[in-house]
Design a protein around this ligand. Structure first.
Ligand code: RTP
Ligand code: MG
Length: 140
């Protein structure tokens, strides 16, 4: 399998509860390398651009407000099949459906406040990484 890069976000519900280190340990234990990372506080408009694909969904407004409510940690994870591997480590969107041991099973508070984001395909990963990082910031 090819080495891939994926965009990960540790969401406000998790940064607020000081879970950044515990979540990063899950990524690293799964063989994902954190090759870029920064803590930022998004505006609702910046969150809106990031989640534009969901703009017709009923939860869009709430999602953008939530993502701007507290700082987030944005990061790039690298590894063999990193996109799928990261989503496996994250678990299902709704923590009630997430497999035991996954980040969302252990830490997520609800389907909306679910602790992490991970890109869902190579094309979206490329766009999402470029939204937050310049090439010089990716230290593989
Ligand atoms: P993400 O994009 O954040 O990695 O999560 P995902 O692929 O598992 O889920 P997606 O369908 O892309 O939804 C994006 C985020 O929107 C929030 N959401 N809220 N209230 C709701 O029913 C609902 N559904 C989705 C979640 O924060 C989800 O991660
Ligand atoms: Mg998604």
């Amino acid at each position: 399998m090819a080495v891939e890069r994926t965009l990960s976000i540790i969401k406000p519900d998790a940064t607020k509860r000081n879970l950044t280190g515990k979540i990063n340990a899950k990524f690293e234990d799964a063989g994902l390398r954190i090759i870029a990372q920064k803590r930022i506080h998004l505006t609702p408009a910046q969150a809106g651009v990031f989640y534009e694909v969901h703009k017709e969904r009923p939860f869009y407004g709430e999602l953008c407000e939530f993502m701007a409510s507290e700082p987030v940690v944005v990061q790039v994870l690298e590894g063999e099949g990193a996109i799928a591997k990261n989503r496996e480590v994250m678990g299902a969107t709704n923590p009630a459906d997430a497999a035991p041991g996954t980040i969302r099973a252990e830490f997520a508070e609800s389907v909306g406040e679910n602790s992490v984001h991970g890109s869902d395909a190579p094309e979206t990963a490329a766009v999402e990484i470029a939204y937050f990082f310049s090439g010089l910031e990716l230290v593989g």
